[in-house]
Design a protein around this ligand. Sequence first.
Ligand code: ADP
Ligand code: MG
Ligand code: ZN
Length: 597
Amino acid sequence: MSTRHDILRDTFGFAAFRPGQEDVIDALERGRNVLAVMPTGAGKSLCYQVPALLFGGPTIVVSPLTALMDDQVARLRMDGVPAVAIHSGMPRDEQVEAWRQLAAGRARLAYMSPERLMTERMLAAVGRLGPAMFVVDEAHCVSKWGPSFRPEYALLSALPARFPQARIAAFTATADAATRADISAQLLGGRGDVHVHGFDRPNLHLAVTPRDDWRAQLTDFLEPHPGRSGIVYCLSRAFTEEVAEYLAGTGVDAIAYHAGLDAGQRRDAQDRFMSERGVVMVATIAFGMGIDKPDIRFVCHLNLPGSVEAYYQEIGRAGRDGAPADTRLFYGLDDVRMRRRFIQMDGGDEDHARREGQRLEAMVAYCETASCRRVALLAYFDEASEPCGNCDNCTDPPVTVDATGEARALVQAIQQTGEMFGAAHVIDVLRGADTEKVRQRGHQGVPAYGAGASRDLAHWQALVRQAGAAGLVTTDVARYGRLVVTARGRALADGDAGAFAFREPRARRSATRGAKATFRAVPRDVDEALVERLKARRRELAREAGVPAYVVFPDATLFEMARSRPRTRDEMAGISGVGPKRLEQYGDAFLELTAAE
Ligand code: ADP
Ligand code: MG
Ligand code: ZN
């Protein structure tokens, strides 16, 4: 009888489980249902793939995207694990053959789309095989509370009652407390454990810069990443096309991706991104869910994400192999306005709008923070941490000045105009502007009128954002984006609260240069030239096998080869990620390089 450690070593070629993996495997072995919330790249797949090989009956894995299923199956087969996919994107005879293998017990895992699985006929057929486990990947899709509800996922809530003998394992990278409760109510049938693991992704470099000239900023950002894969997120379809066109003009292999393309075009774009080197996907949020490409080296946002959850999930697609990856968010004030308009037009009730408004405000606060970004990000998910040394604010601390007097003037201007107006009007009042609205409302008469005339519009806009981030004022998105003073803001105006430190906007050039100096694509202790040779070899082998490069070996495995330079097959077998099957297939090809000289 093999154990989970045997399978980890002998099939997958890894020496040890990562944090959190064994807890999930333990619970599943004990027959519990599990919801595991683990960050992208933490290694969720192994949490069910190892038990699937230990259990008697087959495991059915439900996954939202067909490209994803095909990719997982290709990787499993590379490790010698008998797995199949069954989805409507496959020719009929291949589906029949896959089913035959599953029914004959020759395949241990079958990946299916939810709509394929949840037909009466399929459920009955699966039931006859005595399934040991159902896995629901990207489980947040079952919840209306989450950001990416999928109606076909809602059907899956029938599984626990229908298969009381089978375990159910649900996985997601993002789910706040409400979403977690909803998923476990729907999928775990009252006999489940919820496992939540750390959110930290220390290999991601975090940075946020105000957007002024996106073309120049994007080109600067991409400069240290030539020929690498990455994603550039944009808010609108039209903007993705504009950005992709601009990048193509500068010689970058960029493709636009958005929901307006037809299914075939989307599939082609995704295939190119998955299998070729150096493709930059310029995409709306329509792209990325469940993208399993481990060597995405950067994620850049040209617009503000709608929430910290969305931002975290999007940057989390970079660096899943654990090697350094670069992220940068460029954001502008018009993004905040546009996001607010989205929320207002969303058609939800006032509570919904208010909740989304608070999420947006938390996102802006993250952008405006003057201290470690990782500390701020993890705090949002209730995780305490220390300054990270791998974000813009850690390596290039912003200059702050005391602006308590100006913050007080802002609070007073809001109060004196009755807390009924948005930032634009409040700033007009502060700057003593002569507008129609000011005259109509008689706001030339309030004491705050003109109190901030010596500062320009951009300064006051930044001050309003930072006052929001500091919790002095909030924006009531449900009521036309009016600014409201908080208890803390009132205390500051009354002189009962401490000082307000204002962060001077960074100059663009210095911000980008800072990023170049601190970002390294290859870990420090690794010989870059050898890595390049290993990568070239991997490309040849991948091309021969007709698979994406990382299916042969992920970057992290190549780094380890370059670090420990194995000279014998035994030493090669000791590299994390080199299982027996891959050793036999590729070991010598890489040994030739690591054992040379
Ligand atoms: P996710 O949690 O995002 O689904 P994956 O399951 O795709 O993550 O795993 C991310 C990467 O981590 C993969 O390349 C996988 O092979 C690797 N990995 C998973 N578990 C381990 C482990 N115990 N040791 C080393 N690498 C691992
Ligand atoms: Mg996954
Ligand atoms: Zn930091």
